[in-house]
Design a binder for this molecule. Structure first.
Ligand SMILES: CC(C)(O)[C@@H](O)C(=O)O
Ligand SMILES: [Mg+2]
Length: 556
């Protein structure tokens, strides 16, 4: 066992003394596997407030399965609370801290297995990166989604309703009473926000990766059914330790491909592209951003969830859950790889074979999809030679092509002010640059400007382009992750007010109507990038981080 390193032999007597002092281990238990419980309990994130209690059940379940649990915590950032101010610069970098800190505890103490408890946006990918990096047998059970909210007049609400409400209220399109009602009712319980936002997207993707059990993505946080997931996962983990089944046996290239397939079928958050590429890198898998479009071409869009529709994750759960979508995808020859291993010891195909779609209004069958191609798309062109990401599933279906005039902002704050005061008008393509991983730093999520555009009724007539990123709750013609980013001299830095920008969604292109000669001429007067933050964690991050098309991982 890995843990023999800290517990066997004369030299390890001091270590055993300390282990006994924790009160968790007796001499008779030394032969049992040592299981790290990597928790993400924190009081400031509604998706995580319940995880102290959750971890108690996890520890009971591990003991019952024959292991010895040792809990430790990661940090976390609530993207919703960190939105729209300097705090958002810490969100994506927190993913690296989570991966690094989990690696530190796991490897310093030689755990034999790890039970991960993630939930919100950066915690799930951070923990998956740690699992892929340490390659110690692992299972995941997330905290679960929030229940959807209901307004006083009976409409289903989510966090999107509040962010878009801000835009509508400021534009005089919503009464104060309605606005206050939404604020009070949008987020009624603990759990990750109720739509197909980043947290739930990643928690669904874990089912498809095979590292979490059916139900992980969609059973609400408040349901007692999540306890059953915990007990089952603990049993599998102890078995995996004995059989030496490691994360990289499960997170294979085929699994990454299939994670993107589920993303296509469910219209996941654009952030999943960033995170899944980062996880692939940690697992030592060669996976390029252009590979994602091949998946998009063969996988139909089957489930529209908020913000692309009014359905919540709870609605998806009642309609058959993620496993019913995976099972549906197995019916398309070559769409996914059902023969892959999962933590259950069964293949993915065997695991989901009993799950049927229970409500075809909510989850469409493959012969009646929302669209024959997936809900996410990677665009390429002279503004984005290394790629850009759009959630096509959350663009109004009447829009396939868009042409408009660039209006350029060097930061999110400037752009937000211009949207709010009406400077941004129909026909504009809002460019927000120097907000990438290096430029931000930290590639802030821009839910406030995308929601302001929607809230002001400009969702079909204004496009937004950025080297920053979006929330899973963002919708409209919002294209992010433009790579290379402005701070590394990407062509987005060369765009000027009035340039004509052409977006072609079916052909997956994004171009400025500028010749190569013109771009080369403009490049001569491009000033070198001066980092906004030079010290501390974000200063170090800005120096080492790679662009979004490489997963925004840190690299030396
Ligand atoms: C606050 C949200 C909705 O969680 C957002 O950060 C996202 O990425 O989806
Ligand atoms: Mg987020």
């Amino acid at each position: 066992m890995r843990s023999d390193t800290i517990k066997i032999g004369v030299d390890r007597a001091p270590h055993r003394s300390l282990l006994y002092a924790t009160g968790k281990v007796k001499a008779k238990d030394l032969g049992k596997p040592f299981i790290g419980v990597c928790n993400s309990y924190i009081d400031i994130i509604p998706g995580h407030v319940h995880l102290q209690e959750f971890a108690k059940v996890v520890k009971e379940a591990i003991i019952e399965a024959g292991g010895i649990p040792f809990e430790f915590n990661t940090i976390g950032v609530d993207d919703g609370i960190a939105m729209g101010h300097i705090g958002m610069r810490y969100s994506l970098p927190s993913r690296e801290l989570i991966a690094d800190s989990a690696e530190t505890v796991i490897n310093a103490h030689w755990f034999d297995g790890v039970f991960y408890i993630p939930n919100c946006d950066k915690i799930t990918p951070g923990m998956l990166m740690a699992a892929a990096r340490t390659n110690v047998p692992s299972v995941f059970v997330s905290g679960g989604p929030m229940e959807a909210g209901t307004s006083s007049d009976g409409k289903q609400l989510s966090l999107t309703s509040v962010f878009e409400g801000v835009g509508a209220y400021k534009a005089g399109k919503m009464t104060e009473e309605e606005f206050n009602d939404i604020e009070a009712n949008a987020c009624p319980t603990c759990g990750s926000c109720s739509g197909m936002f980043t947290a739930n997207s990643m928690n669904c993707l874990m089912e498809m990766l095979g590292v979490a059990l059916p139900g992980n993505g969609s059973i609400v946080a408040t349901s007692a059914k999540r306890k059953e997931l915990i007990y089952e996962a603990a049993k599998h983990l102890v078995r995996m330790v004995k059989e030496d089944i490691k994360p990289r046996d499960i997170i294979t290239k085929e699994a990454i491909d299939d994670a993107f397939a589920l993303d296509m079928a469910m219209g996941g958050s654009t952030n999943t592209v960033l995170h899944t590429l980062a996880i692939a890198r940690e697992a030592g898998i060669q996976y390029e951003i252009e590979d994602i479009n091949k998946v998009a071409e063969r996988v139909p869009y089957l489930a529209k969830i908020m913000p692309a529709s009014d359905f919540s994750m709870d609605d998806i759960n009642r309609a058959g859950g993620v496993s019913s979508i995976i099972n549906e995808l197995t019916k398309i020859p070559g769409a996914i790889h059902p023969e892959r291993l999962t933590i259950t010891g069964k293949t993915m195909g065997e695991l989901v074979s009993d799950y049927e779609i229970l409500n075809q209004n909510v989850i469409r069958p493959i012969d009646n999809p929302y669209s024959p191609v997936g809900g996410l798309s990677i665009l390429f062109g002279n503004i984005a030679p290394e790629g850009a990401v759009i959630k096509v599933g959350a663009v109004d279906p009447s829009i396939t092509e868009f042409e408009g005039e660039a209006i350029v902002f060097e930061s999110q704050d400037e752009a937000q002010a211009a949207i709010d005061d009406g400077t941004v008008k129909e026909g504009h393509v809002v460019i927000i640059r120097y907000e990438g991983p290096k430029g931000g730093p930290g590639m802030p999520e821009m839910l406030a400007p995308t929601s302001a555009i929607m809230g002001r009724g400009l969702g079909k007539t204004v496009a937004l382009l950025t080297d920053g990123r979006f929330s899973g709750a963002s919708r409209g013609i919002s294209i992010g992750h433009i790579s290379p980013e402005a701070a590394e001299g990407g062509p987005i830095a060369l765009i000027q007010n009035g340039d004509i920008i052409k977006i072609d969604l079916p052909n997956r292109t994004l171009n400025a109507d500028l010749s190569d000669e013109e771009l080369a001429e403009r490049r001569k007067s491009l000033k070198p990038f001066e980092p906004k933050i030079k010290n501390g964690w974000l200063g170090r991050y800005s120096k080492l981080v790679t662009n979004a098309s490489k997963g925004g991982v840190m690299s030396i």
